[in-house]
Design a protein around this ligand. Structure first.
Ligand SMILES: Nc1ncnc2c1ncn2[C@@H]1O[C@H](COP(=O)(O)OP(=O)(O)OP(=O)(O)O)[C@@H](O)[C@H]1O
Ligand SMILES: [Mg+2]
Length: 356
């Protein structure tokens, strides 16, 4: 459904009087098969939205090629647009019209009869938990309600391929869970292909058949969440010793399971290291420690997270990168505001963005 080769996007910017070039996307290859749900992850500014905007024909690639739903994004952009749904990060609902009218107009732009669109729209309002809001103006909706309206508009024409740019940002936990169910349903019942970006790592983990991580405009990993975790991070083993004076000897022994003593962290009575397949190697370690008279107070094993994967691949934490650069000060607690609430631009069949 998506086949991108060497996609590049550069922007010309000014810093004072100096012209500068931002290489937002720097040679992205991406393959997404029919029926896959792919989570596209990366810190703020990594190039996710820019990649999506090229794949949805809103931005012409500076270099490289992409076919989406079988059509070339530059030479067959109309066919691409007919085949996809796109929920942009900025949102697309025009705040000055009634929500239901907006949805109906949107669906009719795809050539669907009014009656069909109205019926589908009302069903989607139910599914997205927006009952009673059909005649409400988007400007009088909450941020989360507007986000759900954006999603209704992205799905109204029943596309086989959907791009969702941070679809659950600003949604409360219940609305997030509801949308997760809906995305799973789209794939399982209708075979819809989904490419979604998110900053919620639990969401990427729970929803995605495959994770693609992008950093500074380049894809740095692409695999299932499980494979990524087991290949790049290893399990974090935390030994708590009965007596802190034994920590150094315990660290020597834990070091034999990993690259050596150097990668073992000692913190008071705690000795920690990332160990590949801890489940297999721990029994031997525990016997060894016991034999050496090193008594343990407790032992903890933490499965790696996607953040650990990112840290291993790039040397930076996805969370650190976000909190350092995110101007909205968003946190990963599921209780944040959307990055942009209801852009005040009229919608087109895909979004409210202008085509360049
Ligand atoms: N129109 C533009 N002009 C100049 N620079 C731009 C433009 N659009 C994006 N950029 C820059 O390109 C880089 C990638 O931006 P992009 O929006 O693709 O990131 P992102 O991965 O979607 O980040 P976020 O998680 O914050 O949404 C950033 O450095 C951004 O500042
Ligand atoms: Mg973005």
């Amino acid at each position: 459904m998506i086949e991108a080769r060497g996609l590049v996007q550069t922007f010309q910017t000014r810093q004072g009087r100096q012209k500068a070039e931002v290489r937002a996307v720097d040679g992205v290859d991406l393959d997404v098969a029919e029926g896959e749900v792919v989570g596209f992850l990366g810190p703020n500014g990594a190039g996710k939205t820019t990649t999506l905007r090229m794949l949805t024909t809103l931005l012409r690639p500076t270099a490289g090629t992409a076919r989406v739903a079988g059509y070339d994004v530059v030479h067959q952009s109309v066919q691409v647009r007919r085949s996809i749904g796109y929920v942009s990060q900025a949102g697309g609902a025009f705040s000055g019209a009634r929500a239901g009218d907006e949805v109906v107009d949107h669906g009719m732009l795809y050539g669907l009869p009014r009656g069909v669109v109205e019926q589908r729209g009302k069903e989607l309002f139910e599914q997205m938990d927006l009952p009673g809001l059909w005649t409400r103006m988007p400007k009088n909706m909450s941020g989360g309600q507007k986000r759900r309206l954006d999603i209704v508009m992205g799905l109204i024409h029943e596309p086989h391929l959907v791009f969702l740019d941070e679809p659950t940002t600003g949604l409360d936990p219940q609305a997030r869970a509801n949308l997760w169910e809906h995305i799973r349903g789209l794939r399982d019942r209708l075979g819809v292909t989904v490419l979604l970006t998110t900053h919620y790592l639990d969401e990427a983990d729970a929803l995605s058949d495959r994770i693609v991580i992008i950093d500074r405009g380049r894809v740095v990993a692409s695999d299932t969440a499980d494979n990524l975790k087991s290949q790049v991070a290893g399990d974090l083993v935390d030994l708590e010793l009965a007596d802190a004076s034994l920590a150094s000897r315990a660290a020597e022994r834990l070091g034999t399971l990993v690259a050596g003593r150097d990668v073992v962290e000692v913190d008071g009575p705690h000795v920690r290291a990332r160990v590949p397949h801890a489940g297999r190697s721990l029994q031997g370690l525990l016997r060894d420690l016991d034999g050496a008279g090193i008594e343990l107070e407790s032992i903890g094993v933490l499965r790696p997270t996607l953040d650990d994967v990112f840290l291993t691949l790039t040397g930076r934490s996805l969370r650190d990168a976000e909190s350092a650069t995110d101007p909205t000060g968003r946190t990963d607690d599921g209780d944040r505001e959307p990055a942009v609430v209801g852009a005040a631009t009229p919608s087109t069949p895909t979004t409210g963005e202008a085509v360049r």
